[in-house]
Design a protein around this ligand. Structure first.
Ligand code: 1AE
Ligand code: MG
Length: 420
């Protein structure tokens, strides 16, 4: 038999957590068990959820009873659900997500469930290969103030970002189809600007145009964007659902990297008592659904996510070890999925680059909107300041010292400082 495993953290002041675990395993699968006739049990056995483990945490002396919890792992038979993310999520955390203080903290996929997902089409290495950049973190900038701007204005904003030596430029996630800058026209003018800047910087550049509009029209919209020259797409996954991402990433006509934006994630991951952990929401499920790059709030920007959760997302996006629940002698194998680029974001400025490289290493995209456009010497200088910060870190020279011979970085440090 083959199972997917859900891990929950369940808070309750007095529950018998073992009984509760059995109630979940039976209630979310066969419904009832002990009162079934033996003959019926034999038929239903293959559909029965299993309690894998219950680790109870009794509050320490002086700690509130409200902090009494158990980590419960339940195995759900693959035979109960179809090979798609909605089916798995509704099975393991549909009704249960509304039943008290309980959070989904991990998901391990069976080999047969994983086999239904090609995962990222490009992944981290594919994005590097498209750009021809193998030996350093990538740098991305974000349009800022996009709504209400016409094509010439967007083109100029794009060109200035590109001159700064960024590897990728993304739309802001709040830019939707509009009469001033429809996606085909926006892509055309920005790709022209990319070429013009490329003649000066010598760099390739990916432009992630925001893929938006009605769900059933997304593939056609992607075809239009790619036909106009789009070489990457931004997608607000949580507003559409993981299955929309999975359908796009596996569609033969959507043959460009897809960048997952975390918009709405704050409705799921922050609470200790409810929702879905960030490593599942913005890690495993984004990668499984085929995101080539995944944005999430960094540990030190303007929208902060704890470092521990950042590291858990990074591990979920980059791990290639066979891991998880052994079913039928085979561990659930993450090896078949390409890795996805981690993109810690929001409020990032050059003074944070040493921390980003310390925590994420080189397989990271340094991503900034305000930290580029808000540079005292303009957006192109903003990009150059980040490139100088990255180069300084890679050379092992302290940023303040490196800035002495790099004016754009010096100006950025004067504007935003260096996180100590
Ligand atoms: C976590 C998403 C970050 C994002 O969408 C965005 O626009 C960031 O902009 P800055 O905070 O770098 O200005
Ligand atoms: Mg944004």
């Amino acid at each position: 038999a083959s199972y997917c495993i859900a891990t929950y953290r369940c808070y309750d002041e007095k529950a018998d957590f073992h009984k509760k675990a059995t109630g979940i395993a039976v209630g979310l699968t066969v419904g009832s068990w002990t009162d079934l006739p033996e003959a019926r049990k034999a038929e239903m056995e293959k559909h029965l959820g299993r309690v894998v483990s219950v680790d109870v945490h009794e509050p320490a002396a002086g700690e509130s009873l409200g902090e009494r919890y158990a980590d419960i792992r339940i195995a759900y038979p693959d035979v109960n659900f179809s090979r798609d993310i909605p089916a798995l999520l509704v099975t393991v955390f549909g009704k249960l997500s509304m039943d008290g203080r309980i959070k989904l903290t991990d998901l391990t996929f069976s080999p047969s469930f994983l086999d239904a997902f090609p995962g990222p089409r490009f992944g981290l290495q594919g994005v590097r290969d498209l750009l021809g950049v193998q030996d350093r973190p990538l740098l991305m900038s974000i349009f800022k103030s996009v709504i209400g701007h016409d094509l010439p204005a967007l083109r100029e904003q794009f060109y200035q970002q590109a001159l700064g030596g960024v590897d990728l430029i993304k739309d802001d996630e709040i830019l939707f189809e509009n009469p001033l800058t429809p996606i085909e026209r926006r892509v055309e003018v920005c790709m022209e600007a990319a070429e013009q800047a490329g003649r000066e910087t010598g760099q390739k550049l990916l432009y992630a145009a925001n893929l938006t509009g009605p769900t059933f029209g997304l593939v056609e919209q992607a075809r239009r964007a790619i036909g106009a020259g789009a070489n990457a797409l931004l997608f607000n996954v949580l507003a559409y659902g993981f299955d929309a991402l999975a359908e796009l990433s596996r569609h033969p006509d959507v043959n460009v990297p897809i960048m997952a934006h975390p918009a709405l994630a704050g409705a799921f991951y922050p609470s200790a008592y409810h929702g879905i952990s960030a490593n599942v929401l913005l890690g495993k499920l984004m990668r499984l659904a085929g995101a080539d790059l995944v944005l999430f709030p960094s540990p030190y920007g303007s929208v902060v996510m704890p470092l521990e959760e950042n590291m858990a997302i990074k591990d979920a996006l980059l791990t290639t070890e066979a891991s998880g629940y052994v079913t039928g002698g085979r561990a659930a194998d993450q090896l078949s999925l390409r890795t996805s680029f981690p993109v810690p974001s929001a409020g990032i400025h050059p003074g944070l680059v040493p921390w980003i490289l310390r925590d994420f290493g080189h397989d990271v995209v340094v991503n900034a909107g305000g930290g580029v456009h808000g540079h005292p010497m303009g957006a192109a200088a903003g990009g150059r300041a980040f490139r100088q910060a990255i180069d300084g870190c890679l050379s092992g020279i302290p940023l303040r010292t490196y800035a002495e011979t790099h004016p754009e970085l010096q100006a950025a440090i004067q504007a935003w400082g260096i996180k100590e």
